[in-house]
Design a protein around this ligand. Structure first.
Ligand SMILES: *Cc1c(COP(=O)(O)O)cnc(C)c1O
Length: 457
């Protein structure tokens, strides 16, 4: 494709519409992963209006746009008050959970270096269920992740964490909840280890930050996971998940400003303006910040509470319905996300057949080598309250067609991979089973090759 000649605006929009023909509709209420939709048109409209009002302003330089500083401080304060922070609590708006996590890890690394010098590779002790963003950040920051075992309830095994912590440990991680199973780690016990060993404890509440407090308010038993636990140094929480704002919105919080020091980047030794960054990204639209501020102010505590009520209803209905269909709920998820396994059905086939009915159900291939089961993931959102019964009915129809085993991949050859018109591999069931069966290091190197050489070209 050559550089375009230029088109009229209508033509460009027509093409954009055309491009979307194979996409899922994020507002269809039919996606059980990736999409966090309240199911309320007014929320979306408000967010869009706020986004457009601030789209062209950059968060790079708040001296030009003081409103952005004000909004950032306010969304930080609102979140801090929800997560039992106090006037000492500080934080910053970021463009996503990964960025929030990376910043907290950088802050912890700088503190570690100050205390222990630069010769040691700082280590991060995390449960096997922790998000890959920690592994990614460690790769970027020259740190090393150590995977702790899970206990019978799929929480971080505190004994295993204790065994891995030593003088090289820069951070301990707990999730509230984790993504694969929706289980909240025992943050209080992790804090005991952290306090004992004087180590930084980060709580990843990317998923739970904006629904666990409301679930608790609704009477659910939610273990303490936030700044109410002495020893929690930092928390990540995503607005663009259960905060219900548009993509590109998260926050990282610290118990006090001293802990944040290492997060901030300043560079004054070039001929240009002094560059000051509180985030990884520098120039970025203020649209997502304004939309977040708007949605939070619009919904308020009661609005989020009402939406959490819908989520909770859909969660309970889903668990009840899928159990009746003899799928097995994994662990005891406190949060709004969960996974089901089965020793009777080919779960990857369930995803395929449900996609034919317009549902997005995410396969979690797990790993034979690591002992992680194959499962189906569900991120339940308020919008699902209206469609959960229809979904269960469709599952009831599909499940009998999926009884049986997984394809044999022992003799599979990469050159057999087929690609569709969008340039994506076609047989997702086969791919999921390959991921399950191959050692994770092999999966990772094959992916790197396929992404680099085949998909993005
Ligand atoms: C989504 C998620 C992240 C990473 O967030 P991104 O916004 O995708 O960068 C981290 N931790 C958990 C538990 C998550 O669910």
């Amino acid at each position: 494709m050559n550089f375009p000649e230029g088109n009229d605006a209508e033509e460009v929009i027509r093409k954009l519409n055309d491009l979307a023909k194979n996409d899922f509709d994020p507002h269809s209420k039919r996606m059980w992963g990736h999409i966090y939709y309240a199911g309320l048109k007014d929320v979306v409209e408000l967010a869009r209006k706020a986004y457009l009002m601030y789209m062209d302003k950059t968060m790079l330089d708040f001296t030009c746009f003081p409103s952005l500083l004000r909004m950032e401080k306010e969304v930080v304060r609102m979140t801090a008050s929800l997560l039992h922070g106090d006037e000492e609590t500080v934080g910053n708006f970021t463009y996503g959970g990964t960025e929030s996590i990376m910043l907290a890890m950088k802050a912890a690394r700088e503190k570690f270096r100050k205390e222990k010098g630069k010769d040691v590779v700082p280590e991060v002790v995390l449960p096997a269920t922790a998000h890959p963003a920690f592994w990614k950040s460690a790769e970027y920051l020259g740190m090393r992740c150590l995977r702790a075992k899970l206990d019978d309830e799929l929480r971080a095994d505190v004994e295993s964490v204790k065994e891995l912590v030593n003088e090289k440990t820069a951070m301990i991680v707990g999730s509230a909840p984790n993504y694969p199973f929706g289980v909240v780690d025992d943050v209080s016990s992790l804090a005991d280890v952290a306090n004992d060993q004087k180590v930084w404890l980060h709580v990843d509440a990317c998923l739970g930050g904006f629904h666990l407090p409301f679930f608790r308010e609704l009477g659910e038993k939610i273990p303490d996971f936030d700044f109410s636990v002495e020893g929690v140094h930092s928390i990540s929480a995503d607005f663009h998940k259960y905060g219900l704002s548009p993509r590109g919105a998260s926050v990282v919080l610290y118990r006090n400003a001293k802990l944040r020091e290492g997060q901030i980047f300043v560079m004054a030794s070039w001929p240009g303006y002094p560059l000051v960054n509180t985030a990884v990204l520098s120039t970025r639209s203020a649209g997502t910040l304004a939309a977040t501020w708007a949605v939070m102010n619009y919904l308020g505590f009661d609005g989020y509470l009402r939406l959490a009520e819908k989520t909770l209803y859909a969660k309970k209905r889903l668990i009840e319905g899928l159990r009746e269909l003899s799928l097995d709920l994994i662990g005891k998820p406190e949060g709004a996300v969960m996974a089901f396994s089965s020793d009777k059905h080919n779960l990857f086939k369930v995803s395929t057949l449900m996609a034919e009915k317009g549902w997005y159900v995410q396969s979690q291939p797990g790993s034979k080598a690591l002992g992680f089961p194959r499962s189906l993931h569900f991120s339940v959102i308020p919008a699902h309250a209206e469609v959960v019964d229809e979904f269960i009915k469709d599952m009831e129809e599909v499940l009998p067609k999926t009884v049986g085993s997984y394809p044999d991949v022992s003799a599979f050859d990469l050159s057999e991979l087929k690609f569709g018109e969008d340039g994506l591999p076609e047989d997702s069931e086969l791919i999921s089973e390959l991921i399950h069966s191959m050692p994770p290091e092999v999966v990772e190197s094959v992916f790197r090759y396929v992404i680099n050489e085949l998909i993005f070209r």
